[in-house]
Design a protein around this ligand. Structure first.
Ligand SMILES: Cc1cc2nc3c(=O)[nH]c(=O)nc-3n(C[C@H](O)[C@H](O)[C@H](O)COP(=O)(O)OP(=O)(O)OC[C@H]3O[C@@H](n4cnc5c(N)ncnc54)[C@H](O)[C@@H]3O)c2cc1C
Length: 560
């Protein structure tokens, strides 16, 4: 099959004799045979199905570790949900994710992403919450602006509550301490429970090492451990109400507790969702978020450039239809939609666990119990993303380049950003791109599918509300791209439209993400791994699942 269909074939030990297909032409063949730095002694072909940013990270680290990686993406653009697309001529959009913070700093540094073109504009101030009110004693309606300067934040909060203004710096420091303690857990696979409970003494000793991140997290937390437990499990409103009185402040902060989650700030677990959104950093500023120049695809492009510099092969428009499983039950590669077979020893899937195991893996290779468990993974999602192009300049917005949040109970929650205020590469002069991240929208509307009329009607509702805060907004928008949950699923492969590859709910974190039996990136098929956001530590443009999956693969290959 190697010669006839131009596939990459990689019988593990016969690589030296068999393969020189068109895919290999760019590779230095000597490099394929050099002794690997991880002591495996030869280069394996590792395949990634579909490349979101996590697959690119995994590929890069596997390649750096001495393996030979190739990545395959179904779409014409790289990056999955971290992508920039020119939906309307002349306007570039971060079509899904739009803000960077969570990308692990060690990946950022180690892959020299700046050198590979990643440029981030700090979002400061980061939140502008206007009030829909008449204005007190003839004054204009109040608003709350939060940014990096604590003194200014205190002045802003003081408009609503002096007590809250006083408490705010300690709250920020407290949150930073809790978020910082999580770092060791993010940069390593979860504790290897099967390793403890089965296998050789050597395996058990190796598994003991996986406890270290938990110890380090515990040490960092110290006396804050109970607070950590509370915020992870509590409704975020419980925590915010302990700290603050004023509604605009609590509402502004509470949005981070429900982003991407079909939950309310009054539900247990929303505390963890908030923590997940404050544990990042940009330019060494903790908790900060930024806009990537050229849109979020700039992150994926920078990682791809780093990957290529190490020799990773990247292919777009390669639609994988099936994972090949041999008669011995091991993964053997993949089959593309056009019938091309690509053989490899190891396969990593960046697709959701549902797509990986329900759509791509032969069901006969999986137990019925396992398939049932995969069916139980929660992918519900409230998100509809609206990307719009504005013909006029920022006629209505506060000069803030941050988020403009509109919050209404029983009405859409809207996080609106205008990244072109900072990044001139996104739109022609005098024009802007606007991104509206909205909640809560269902996957089905009263049991039926979304129609184009529904999309437009929902966008109209959102725009009507924005108009109330920002008169003139509707008239200025000349085009819009509306992505309801089924659209996010169809276009980007996000099962259920879930932006995190599965809910970040308490039952789907750490040792149980996405399932107890899949928490270590390994699958029931030997040689098939998960490397996407469906795995620990979950969603967002983080790179951690890719990094952790690469560590796991390398550890397994060393062991073999
Ligand atoms: C609207 C929206 C807004 C968001 N905002 C932010 C934000 O501001 N900041 C942030 O940090 N995170 C944000 N996120 C979350 C973040 O973008 C994702 O969690 C993250 O990008 C997922 O990365 P990944 O590499 O794990 O997978 P993905 O990026 O989902 O990549 C998976 C790849 O698999 C491919 N694929 C899937 N199924 C198939 C199939 N059947 N056949 C072929 N190919 C397939 C897809 O084409 C894709 O390339 C947002 C997500 C969305 C949708």
């Amino acid at each position: 099959s190697v010669q006839s269909s131009c596939v990459i074939s990689l019988p593990l030990l016969s690589i030296r004799h068999t393969v020189y297909t068109k895919y290999f032409k760019n590779l230095i063949m000597e490099q394929l045979f050099e002794t690997s730095c991880i002591g495996i002694g030869f280069k394996l072909r590792i395949l990634h199905l579909f490349v979101g940013h996590n697959g690119l990270v995994a590929a890069t680290y596997l390649q750096k570790g001495g393996l030979q990686a190739a990545v395959l993406e179904r779409r014409h653009v790289l990056g999955g949900a971290a992508v920039s697309e020119e939906i309307f001529p002349g306007f570039r959009f971060s079509r899904c994710s739009y803000l960077l913070s969570l990308l692990r700093p060690h990946i950022y540094r180690d892959l020299e992403l700046k050198k590979h073109g990643l440029k981030v504009y700090m979002r400061d101030p980061h939140a502008f919450t206007p009030m829909l009110e008449e204005g007190v004693r003839g004054a204009p309606p109040r608003s709350l602006t939060l940014g990096s300067d604590l003194a200014t934040n205190q002045m802003e909060i003081g408009k609503f509550s002096q007590k809250d203004a006083k408490a705010y710096p300690e709250f920020v420091a407290h949150l930073e301490r809790l978020a910082d303690a999580m770092n060791p857990l993010l940069d390593a696979p979860p504790v290897d429970i099967p390793g403890f409970t089965s296998g050789s003494l050597r395996r058990r000793v190796a598994a003991a090492k996986t406890l270290m991140p938990i110890f380090r997290c515990g040490l960092k937390l110290g006396k804050n451990l109970p607070d950590f437990y509370e915020i992870v499990t509590a409704p975020i409103m419980k925590i915010l109400t302990q700290w603050f009185d004023s509604e605009p402040l609590r509402a502004t902060l509470a949005t981070d507790g429900v982003i991407g989650a079909m939950t309310s700030p009054s539900n247990p677990g929303s505390g963890y969702v908030l923590l997940h959104h404050v544990m990042g950093e940009v330019e060494k500023e903790k908790g900060a978020w930024g806009y990537v120049e050229g849109g979020m695809g700039g992150v994926s492009q920078a990682i791809a450039s780093a990957a290529r510099s190490y020799g990773v092969d990247i292919f777009t428009e390669k639609d994988v239809s099936q994972i090949l499983v041999g008669s011995d039950g091991d993964a053997k590669g993949v089959v593309l939609k056009d019938g091309t077979e690509i053989h490899s020893k190891v396969v990593l899937s960046n697709a959701t666990p549902y797509i990986t195991f329900k759509n791509l893996t032969p069901q006969s290779a999986l137990s019925s119990e396992f398939i049932k468990a995969v069916d139980q993974i929660d992918y519900t999602s409230p998100v509809t993303k609206i990307n719009g192009e504005k013909s006029l300049s920022n006629m209505f917005v506060n000069p803030s380049s941050g988020c403009i949040m509109f919050l209404w109970s029983c009405r859409p929650m809207v996080e609106m950003t205008i990244p072109s205020v900072l990044d001139p590469t996104l739109a022609p002069p005098g024009c802007h791109v606007v991104s509206l991240f909205t909640q809560f929208t269902p996957y089905y509307i009263e049991g039926r599918e979304w129609t184009d009329q529904d999309r437009e009607a929902f966008a109209d509702t959102v725009f009507d509300w924005v108009e109330q805060y920002a008169p003139g907004f509707k008239k200025s928008v000349v085009g819009r791209d509306i992505l309801a949950p089924p659209d996010l699923e169809r276009i980007f492969g996000l099962t259920g439209g879930n932006i995190f590859h599965g809910s970040m709910s308490l039952d789907q974190l750490y040792l149980t993400r996405p399932l107890p039996s899949l928490a270590d990136y390994r699958s029931p098929i030997k040689g098939l791994y998960l490397c996407g956001s469906g795995c620990h530590p979950g969603g967002g443009v983080m790179g951690s699942p890719g990094w952790n999956a690469a560590l796991t693969v390398i550890a397994d290959l060393k062991r073999r």
